[in-house]
Ligand binder design. Structure first.
Ligand code: GDP
Length: 139
């Protein structure tokens, strides 16, 4: 059975451009309820840990630099079938491939600077949510 929570970040590119409100609006219109949310900034160690799965990839350094260059919004979202439905709402990693009506189609500018993160499995949603909100009563 699929779970009902996922984890998202509004990435530094979208925060810098003033798109927090627009993206939260698309999330709400997509039927997601915000369970926990905060404006924060990742340290280099945070970003290296969060994206550890990509550490051998050629873009890892660029990804860590990008994700730490400014504030992000981290949030836990709730909806039936949350992980899959949120991946549909955000669209493909590369905005050139993202479907019309998706968050990345509207707000992403490149495969790296792609505006939002969405967990890719229920297991990762729980790990990533705990990474940002562990110890919080609402998680
Ligand atoms: P996602 O699940 O759609 O976010 O995609 P991945 O898990 O494959 O990649 C994680 C993140 O790494 C992406 O959202 C991008 O921000 C970044 N990324 C992926 N591929 C590239 C790339 O080729 N170049 C750069 N600079 N960043 C990338």
């Amino acid at each position: 059975m699929s779970g009902n929570r996922t984890f998202t970040m509004i990435k530094p590119d979208a925060v810098e451009k003033g798109h927090i409100g627009g993206i939260l609006n698309m999330i709400a219109e997509g039927g997601f309820r915000i369970v926990s949310m905060k404006l924060t900034q990742l340290t280099v160690a945070d970003a290296q840990q969060f994206y550890a799965i990509h550490k051998e990839r050629p873009f890892f350094g660029e990804l860590v630099e990008f994700m730490t260059r400014g504030p992000i919004v981290a949030a836990i979202l709730e909806k039936e079938n949350a992980v899959e439905d949120f991946r549909t709402l955000i669209g493909a990693t590369n905005p050139a491939d993202a479907a019309e009506g998706t968050i990345r189609k509207k707000y992403a500018t490149s495969i790296g600077e792609n505006a939002v993160h969405g967990s890719d499995s229920d297991e990762n949603a729980a790990i990533e949510g705990a990474f940002h909100f562990a110890g919080r009563e609402q998680f």
